[in-house]
Write a protein of this length. Structure first.
Length: 627
């Protein structure tokens, strides 16, 4: 039976999944360490009016008399209490009954808390903007009592999921968080960031010698339950969070800077026209923009409810078409064609150009519609820093810094979606040079240079390498196309089977299947509904023809070389368009799984498996798949 924690001191209302055995023996038997020299131990009734404090130069944690839990505050001038860290037992939120501080070493302070039987240790490391909360005996969850304007589940190789309290009348919602949660606090100067190992810890290979008996399930921790709690009335609705421990620590970080994040209403802006915002970035970094689609609206070629883009800076404009008069840039987005890029920095300005799908862009270019007739489907945009740039100030912390410090460099690089190039996907010129570019920048210039002349060995070598690269590149893209097709087939079978076993899964399975129907289309259907024909030869055809061209080239015969030029509008283009559409389909169905709000264990397990399968196929991204 599922029970819920109440937000007060008694178990009066249900909450999420405190039904499992949550702690390993190590955490279940955790004892409070006796205070070392310089530490102090006080029962709650003995706490002075000033409270018990622990600080590290960046953060301060204070337990005050009659407080619900330790209060987290930044140490910058004028910093306010950001959140209360409230321990929960199976019976609900508990008040601190005993607090003890101690020094672990020269750089680490500890605070041991007994909250009416729920125990935890808080660790702070000198100069680090986070608190590590380790669960002890009786501690089931951690509440982060604050008043956030938005909750964000960041997704670094797909699209973020943004929860706006103003969009729901529900009191709470369970969310399918994996490793991270951002709470965007009022004032737009602070982000409260939570991290935990989750599946990153679970996916580690078993230790050498570990065996699992046949038919036995491995002993792994499920994903922590994360519940968002909504309060207040519009337009002042707020959100805070409750996170299960699942036997491991939760890291709570405080990112602070004037203008650290920005929220801009977009509904009144003209579509597809670059508009400067009043907000300017407060420091250099790699920034990210989350565009929130208005209720009931959608594009034909990007069906996610939130769309995430890196904010391009002037140093990223290489290869873009820059329109100085209109202060906009046009870039090639794989499988979407040339578009006015949605978000970029123009010197100190932040400029937004809301996306419109290719069908509308084609009508605009054909002068069938006027610019003012283009639809703006977006409600808002959130902008925040994600990673450091070479010129990011040393005193500034970004979410990527917190990930590396709390989860480790390896898991962080995985989560950030670093390219994982398969050994058989290593084209000769690099993945950034596609088929069209190889033809236009290598083969054609070389042929033109030797027009009317005999190719020398250097020219033959260059063209030979280019032909091999083209074939290798198309094979690499084709492997990813097959990866997505296999994913679609397997996911369809999985959804049908699970839904037939449990009717409670049918609503979510139905939403997933709608995206799978597009993914599993037999023909390479474009986003505009047209069939992209493979009328310039199949991959098998080119696997036969290109070696023939190479053989002729070695003999000095270049008459058939122009045959490869048709690839620009044939197989290569079709594959590129298809692979981009496939990726967006998977991202859309992944977002459906993340947005499910059922507290039924079977539904959450089903959604978790969908997320895992989506992650597996999305993470091996080929550059031609686009964003």
């Amino acid at each position: 039976m599922t029970t819920r924690l109440n937000s007060g001191n008694k178990a009066t209302r249900p909450c999420c999944r405190w039904r499992r055995s949550l702690f390993s023996g190590l955490f279940a038997t955790l004892l409070l360490v006796q205070a070392s020299a310089g530490g102090e131990r006080q029962d709650a009734h003995q706490i002075a009016s000033s409270g018990i404090k622990m600080q590290n130069g960046v953060l301060q944690v204070t337990v005050q008399r009659d407080a619900r839990g330790p209060r987290l505050t930044g140490q910058r001038e004028g910093a306010q209490v950001t959140a209360e860290l409230v321990l929960c037992s199976r019976d609900g939120a508990r008040l601190p009954s005993r607090v003890e501080t101690s020094r672990i070493d020269e750089s680490t302070e500890a605070m041991d808390i007994n909250a009416e039987g729920a125990e935890a240790r808080l660790l702070m490391h000198r100069g680090k903007p986070f608190v590590e909360v380790r669960p002890g005996k009786g501690a089931v969850a951690l509440e982060l009592r604050t008043g956030a304007r938005y909750a964000v589940l960041p997704d670094f190789f797909a699209d973020d999921v943004v929860f706006d309290p103003g969009r729901t009348t529900a009191a709470s919602q369970l969310v399918q968080a994996e490793n991270f949660l951002f709470l965007m606090l009022d004032g737009q100067d602070t982000i409260l960031m939570c991290t935990w190992a989750g599946s990153l810890d679970r996916d580690k290979p078993a230790a050498s010698g570990t065996r699992v008996a046949a038919g036995e399930q491995p002993d792994v921790s499920p994903e922590p339950g994360v519940e968002l709690i909504f309060s207040g009335r519009n337009p002042d609705r707020k959100v805070w969070a409750r996170i299960e421990f699942q036997g491991g620590p939760i890291y709570v970080a405080l990112l602070e800077h004037k203008g650290l994040w920005h929220d801009e209403k977009l509904s009144s802006l003209p579509a597809y026209q670059a508009t400067a915002l009043e907000w300017q970035r407060p420091f250099e970094a790699r920034w990210r923009a989350d565009f929130i689609v208005a209720e009931g609206k959608v594009t034909t070629d990007w069906k996610t409810r939130n769309q995430s883009f890196p904010v391009l800076g002037p140093k990223d404009f290489q290869g873009a078409v820059v329109f100085d008069d209109e202060k906009k840039i046009r870039v090639w987005m794989e499988s979407l064609g040339y578009v006015n890029y949605p978000c970029f920095f123009w010197e100190r300005e932040t400029r937004i150009c809301t996306y419109v799908d290719k069908e509308w862009r084609d009508r605009l270019e054909a002068r069938k519609v006027r610019a003012e007739q283009l639809p703006n489907i977006y409600e808002r945009v959130l902008i925040y820093p994600m990673e450091r740039a070479p010129d990011t100030p040393a005193a500034v912390f970004t979410p990527a810094d917190i990930m590396r410090d709390t989860l480790g460099i390896g898991p962080c690089e995985y989560v950030l979606g670093r390219e994982k190039i398969r050994p058989d996907d290593s084209p000769l010129f690099g993945l950034e040079l596609g088929v069209c570019s190889t033809i236009d920048k290598v083969i054609i210039p070389t042929i033109d240079k030797y027009k009317g002349k005999t190719l020398d060995d250097e020219a033959k070598t260059t063209i030979n390498k280019a032909l091999q690269h083209i074939l290798s590149f198309m094979q690499a893209v084709n492997r990813r196309v097959r990866d997505y097709k296999a994913f679609g087939k397997d996911m369809t079978a999985f959804c049908k089977e699970e839904a037939s076993r449990n009717p409670k899964l049918k609503p979510l399975a139905g939403k997933i299947m709608a995206h799978l129907d597009i993914l599993n289309a037999e023909k390479a259907v474009t986003d505009e509904g047209k069939v992209m024909k493979y009328d310039r030869g199949t991959l098998a055809y080119w696997e036969k023809v290109i070696p023939e061209l190479i053989t002729l080239l070695k003999a000095g015969d270049t008459k058939r070389l122009p045959e490869v030029f048709v690839l620009k509008e044939g197989l290569a283009e079709a594959q590129d368009r298809l692979i981009g559409r496939q990726r967006r389909c998977v991202k859309a169905l992944r977002q459906e799984a993340m947005l499910q709000d059922s507290d039924d264990p079977a539904v959450r397990k089903f959604a978790g498996e969908i997320l895992k399968r989506c992650n597996d196929v999305l993470h091996n991204r080929h550059p031609k798949e686009g964003v």
